[in-house]
Design a protein around this ligand. Structure first.
Ligand code: ADP
Ligand code: MG
Length: 240
């Protein structure tokens, strides 16, 4: 579904991504792990062009996303992102946060958008908060709303950038259980996370990023117990 070849990203003199090569298949859950500052967020942000890649190619379903003629808004609908900091619109209710995109960008009527949004709020256990404002919610509730908002755009893949690292432990669980459920339903996802146990049991594959590349990748049972490269091994030992 997504193919990344020789992706390079520089910020001035700093080369964050040197040569990233990766594939994500439809229905697959990929976890991305690695030391802080190794470029995990930059990688996700390049995929949906929140950052402009310096070089290389990214295709989604065979279509080159870096083609200047590509529709970036459509790309971001197909490859929607959930952020650590939720990024909800604070002046809109929960329901309005969900309906805004489908009405403005997908041409849905208010009725259509509200019906679907309520279904999604039920899915994440937030229907009773439809008329609340984001400030009235806990962090875990905000993140579940953010995930529902992401789903309202009917993405083909969801990119998660440390969706639980701003949350305390009870809230981490409620958010991870929503993500697990999406995985069971066959949603394609790429998840940057520090939750190693979660990564281990939700992922089909794990990418360990270091030195500006996908340094090692493999099934979770290999990466977490018997990685073949030294830096992966050192990282896994440090975090577990
Ligand atoms: P990670 O998510 O793995 O912690 P990031 O992708 O956020 O790492 O950052 C990788 C490196 O790129 C860091 O050194 C960071 O300071 C730098 N970086 C990220 N975004 C920018 C930016 N917009 N401008 C300059 N440097 C940046
Ligand atoms: Mg990051």
């Amino acid at each position: 579904m997504i193919t990344v070849q020789h992706l390079v990203k520089r910020f001035g003199d700093l080369t964050v991504l040197k040569d990233v090569n990766a594939e994500i298949r439809r229905g697959e859950v990929v976890s991305i792990i690695g030391p802080s500052g190794c470029g995990k967020s930059t990688f996700l942000r390049c995929l949906n062009l929140l950052e402009q890649p310096t070089a290389g190619s990214i295709t989604i379903n065979g279509v080159d996303v870096m083609d200047p003629a590509a529709d970036v808004a459509l790309l971001r609908q197909k490859m929607n992102m959930v952020f650590q900091s939720f990024n909800l619109f604070s002046h809109l209710t929960v329901l309005e946060n969900l309906t805004l995109g489908p009405i403005r960008l997908k041409g849905q009527t208010r009725d259509q958008a509200e019906t679907r949004s309520m279904e999604l709020l039920r899915l994440v256990g937030m229907a009773e908060k439809a008329d609340s404002f984001p400030d009235e919610l806990s962090g875990g509730q905000k993140q579940r709303v953010a995930i529902a908002r992401c789903l309202a755009m009917e993405p083909e893949i969801i990119l998660f950038d440390e969706p639980t690292s701003a949350l305390d432990p009870t809230m981490v669980r409620e958010v991870l259980s929503v993500i697990r459920r999406l995985a069971r339903d066959g949603m394609t996802m790429a998840i940057v996370t520090h939750e190693m146990e979660f990564a281990r049991d939700v992922s089909n594959r794990v990418f360990y990023m270091d030195e500006g590349v996908v340094y090692e990748e493999g099934p979770p049972e290999v990466i977490f117990t018997a990685p073949t490269r030294e830096k992966t091994w050192a990282f896994i030992n440090r975090v577990r």
